[in-house]
Ligand binder design. Structure first.
Ligand SMILES: *[C@@H]1O[C@H](CO)[C@@H](O)[C@H](O)[C@H]1NC(C)=O
Ligand SMILES: *[C@@H]1O[C@H](CO)[C@@H](O)[C@H](O)[C@H]1NC(C)=O
Ligand SMILES: *[C@@H]1O[C@H](CO)[C@@H](O)[C@H](O)[C@H]1NC(C)=O
Ligand SMILES: *[C@@H]1O[C@H](CO)[C@@H](O)[C@H](O)[C@H]1NC(C)=O
Ligand SMILES: *[C@@H]1O[C@H](CO)[C@@H](O)[C@H](O)[C@H]1NC(C)=O
Ligand SMILES: *[C@@H]1O[C@H](CO)[C@@H](O)[C@H](O)[C@H]1NC(C)=O
Ligand SMILES: *[C@@H]1O[C@H](CO)[C@@H](O)[C@H](O)[C@H]1NC(C)=O
Ligand SMILES: *[C@@H]1O[C@H](CO)[C@@H](O)[C@H](O)[C@H]1NC(C)=O
Ligand SMILES: *[C@@H]1O[C@H](CO)[C@@H](O)[C@H](O)[C@H]1NC(C)=O
Ligand SMILES: *[C@@H]1O[C@H](CO)[C@@H](O)[C@H](O)[C@H]1NC(C)=O
Ligand SMILES: *[C@@H]1O[C@H](CO)[C@@H](O)[C@H](O)[C@H]1NC(C)=O
Ligand SMILES: *[C@@H]1O[C@H](CO)[C@@H](O)[C@H](O)[C@H]1NC(C)=O
Length: 688
């Protein structure tokens, strides 16, 4: 058996939702600017960004006007340190701040009204709340009162004073229903719009006489929506003194129209838009569609690379400021956009069902990258499911790398990814099932003549070259596959090639033509120049493709310890055969039977150019693809007449051609070397 790396139906091509899930954490965290330079943007667990900021002297870290500011203090005398804002020397603790949603959560006090056994007041606290710059969110909070003899009011001011509130009265704790705040033991009402300040007052009708045994206090508060869930225990004793509420923050006092009149104080920066606040008096800035980040910072709204994030195109995707452009590949039609079908996120449960709980009998293959299972979806679609090995961080990274790479690719000769699942501790990728195994299976059939005709081999070579040429030059960023080999080329029922396994692949930044990387690849296919220099270029894939081409021509494995020492390494064996004019001695018997010697010679020469030691002497994948395509066209126009023995030229160049001219079929050259694991995953440290 050859090395089992990634077997059948593996890899590739991503799904749009998957990339959303995987990428938001990665891409946005790195690329979106949130803080001003030289400004702290963190106090313990709270992170914030401009216009909020701390007093880092001289750095203009927070927004400030004559009557208000966005200053945050970090009290490091507490453990953990506490972030707070100040209103008239009152410190208000901050829980969190969302720039995008224009929300800030803070802690406020609960109003209480408690009695003793004889009906006297034992404790009463009616807190006030004011924060003149930010209104209380009417959408995200509720006013709640708890008690069996409670009457609570919320008094606000909006021009004139208004009062709202609720009351709850009950005789027996057995009437009280857990989780229900609908008037028995608990009542609630909504908060009006534009409330900046409020007084809460709690009183009772009977000083809790008759209910004191289970409910000695009434209490009331404004709290964030899902914060409080009422239970009978809450009647005995208020469970907290402070609760979180949500404020809608805004740039106070002005409307957009007024603010725009004074460009020096107008807060919305490039690529953003101003809206008048829906609650309260002021305006808010938002990044325009297609941008994300902090609209209050210079260059804070950054272009979203839709081609990577949402993968909206079925064809070529070009990212543009604020948008993107889809276009079709040559020879296809439409506007290049895809409708979102096929792409989905699977649940853990669905994939367990599809693989019969990852039953052994469903294993298609196992390798360094994980295990691949055959899965059957409820609609009877057969899929290949790749599962990382448990909690191996480097594998998780490879999976995510594969997602990112595949989100750039859409090509008929690249395996399609149907979906993913990130519910479990190990990620799972779901691919189309490619039915007919790997190219390697078909070339290296132990003891049998290969199933692949010469015509099919040329077509598969052409398809693979086309896919690589697309990765190298047509995808929205250059992609280097880095592990091209016959076990990573899958064949479907029509023997159409599908390039798979992008776990090791790399995206190359536009301004770079080479990358220094950890040397990775498979022995026998690994570019010797890259091995030596650690400089990765597109020509490394060309070399590996050259080895595959030599495999297709000779039927020999890339590396086999069954062969004599000088012949072990196909790429050197192949080169020496050409040099010694012995090419036809190592050509696969089926190729010799079916192929025109001129064609065979031409393909062999192409392979040897791909295998040149110096990367710069090798052709590009595009040139290779075009040459193979040209050959196929000629072949279709002039079907080779098998009987022709017009071999003089070829013989002179390449040595004697045996086989059908003299009726002797030479067969012992076709690789019969299946029994050893000869393709070892190979990694060494680069010398960086
Ligand atoms: C900011 O810090 C400086 C120096 O510590 C201090 O003088 C100034 O009063 C502080 N400003 C505010 C608003 O606290
Ligand atoms: C607390 O804050 C003060 C002033 O900002 C700083 O000098 C001190 O190092 C801080 N202490 C800790 C433990 O971070
Ligand atoms: C904000 O704070 C509240 C209350 O602690 C918490 O429930 C919520 O998850 C926080 N939101 C974020 C985004 O951290
Ligand atoms: C809240 O109470 C204080 C004094 O008790 C009063 O001055 C203020 O006007 C009240 N606020 C509202 C909104 O009723
Ligand atoms: C209500 O919930 C509390 C605690 O959550 C529990 O102690 C009590 O027994 C529950 N009451 C009812 C009637 O279920
Ligand atoms: C900008 O905001 C205005 C009103 O606030 C709205 O009508 C307009 O559609 C917005 N423009 C964009 C590009 O979002
Ligand atoms: C989008 O792509 C099409 C086709 O390639 C091209 O004609 C059009 O000019 C492009 N639009 C932009 C805004 O680049
Ligand atoms: C390839 O697919 C054909 C059906 O198209 C099937 O008959 C054949 O057995 C398959 N070969 C292999 C090696 O899977
Ligand atoms: C194989 O070719 C047939 C005939 O062209 C086509 O109907 C079928 O869909 C192809 N199979 C695949 C997997 O593309
Ligand atoms: C195979 O041969 C080529 C060319 O001689 C050489 O560069 C490469 O290092 C060899 N690979 C192995 C694994 O021996
Ligand atoms: C000629 O080649 C074709 C395939 O290329 C094959 O089907 C046919 O049997 C061959 N004819 C002879 C006489 O060898
Ligand atoms: C073919 O087999 C013969 C006899 O088994 C052997 O002498 C010869 O070296 C072999 N040729 C090749 C190219 O392996």
């Amino acid at each position: 058996m050859g090395e089992p790396m990634l077997p059948h139906g593996l890899p590739l091509r991503v799904v749009l939702l998957c990339s959303l899930v995987a990428l938001f954490s990665i891409v946005t965290a790195d690329e979106v600017q949130t803080a001003k330079p030289q400004c702290s943007n963190r106090c313990c667990d709270l992170t914030f960004s401009y216009p909020f900021g701390m007093n880092n002297t001289g750095n203009d870290c927070y927004f400030e006007e004559e009557y208000y500011n966005f200053l945050i203090f970090c009290d490091n005398s507490t453990n953990p340190p506490t972030p707070y804002i100040t209103d008239k020397s009152t410190n208000i603790q901050i829980l969190n701040i969302s720039i995008e949603n224009h929300e800030i959560s803070i802690m406020v006090f609960v109003a209480k009204d408690c009695y003793d056994l004889s009906g006297g007041t034992s404790y009463n606290n009616d807190p006030r709340f004011t924060l003149p710059i930010f209104p209380i969110s009417h959408a995200k909070n509720k006013f709640i009162a708890v008690g069996c003899d409670v009457y609570a009011t919320f008094t606000g001011r909006q021009g004139s004073t208004y009062v709202t509130g609720c009351l709850s009265s009950c005789d027996s704790i057995s009437d009280v229903i857990n989780g229900s705040c609908s008037g028995i033991g608990c009542c609630e009402t909504s908060i009006p719009r534009n409330a900046y300040r409020y007084n809460i007052s709690v009183t009772s009708y009977n000083n809790h006489r008759g209910v004191w045994g289970f409910n000695p206090c009434g209490y009331a508060f404004v709290a964030a929506d899902s914060f409080f869930s009422f239970s009978t225990d809450d009647l005995y004793k208020p469970p907290f003194d402070e609760v979180p509420i949500v404020l809608d923050w805004l740039i106070p006092k002005e409307t957009c129209d007024d603010a725009k009149k004074n460009p020096t104080t107008y807060m919305c920066r490039e690529n953003s838009n101003c809206t008048d606040a829906e609650n309260g008096n002021g305006y808010q800035c938002h990044c325009l569609e297609g941008f994300q980040g902090n609209p209050y910072l210079q260059n804070g709204c950054q272009d979203i690379n839709e081609c990577v994030i949402s993968q909206p195109c079925i064809g070529l995707c070009t990212n543009l400021p604020g948008t993107y452009n889809c276009s079709c590949q040559e020879g296809s039609q439409g506007d290049g956009r895809k409708d979102g079908k096929g792409s989905r996120i699977f649940t853990d449960e669905e994939l367990k069902k599809a693989t019969d709980h990852y039953h052994e009998s469903r294993i298609l293959g196992q390798g360094g990258h994980g295990t691949v299972y055959r899965g059957i979806l409820p609609n009877n679609m057969v899929v290949a499911i790749k599962k990382a090995k448990i909690l191996d961080q480097s594998q998780v990274e490879e999976f995510i790398n594969e997602l990112i790479i595949l989100s750039q690719i859409n090509h008929r000769n690249v395996v399609k990814l149907i979906g993913c699942c990130f519910e479990t501790e190990v990620p799972l990728l779901v691919y189309e099932f490619v039915t007919n195994g790997t190219l390697s299976d078909h070339i290296h059939k132990c003891g049998h003549e290969s199933t692949l005709s010469w015509r099919a081999r040329l077509r598969i070579a052409g398809e693979t070259a086309g896919a690589l040429s697309y990765l190298h030059s047509d995808a929205s960023a250059q992609i280097l596959h880095r592990d091209i080999k016959s076990t990573n080329i899958l064949l479907d029922e029509n023997y159409t090639a599908k390039v798979a396994d992008f776990g090791a692949s790399r995206l190359v930044p536009l301004d770079r033509t080479q990358l220094t990387t950890l040397v990775q690849g498979t022995l026998g296919y690994l570019d010797p120049e890259y091995l030596q220099s650690s400089q990765l270029t597109e020509k490394s894939d060309v070399y590996s493709f050259g080895v595959v081409l030599a495999e297709l021509l000779t039927g020999l494995r890339a590396l086999s310890f069954e062969r004599a020492e000088s012949e072990r390494n196909l790429s050197s064996y192949f080169a020496s055969a050409i040099k010694g004019e012995r090419l036809f001695e190592i050509i696969d018997s089926r190729v010799l039977n079916e192929g025109n010697p001129k064609e065979i010679k031409e393909v062999a020469m192409l392979a040897s150019r791909c295998l040149r030691v110096k990367g710069e002497d090798r052709p590009t994948m595009k040139e290779v693809a075009m040459e193979l395509e040209g050959l196929m066209k000629v072949m279709d126009r002039h079907p080779w007449v098998n009987q022709s023995c017009d071999l003089e030229e070829a013989e002179q160049l390449l040595g004697e051609r045996p086989s059908k001219c003299d009726g002797i079929l030479k067969s012992n050259a076709s690789g019969n070397d299946d029994s050893i694991s000869n393709q070892v995953p190979f990694e060494i440290e680069s010398g960086r």
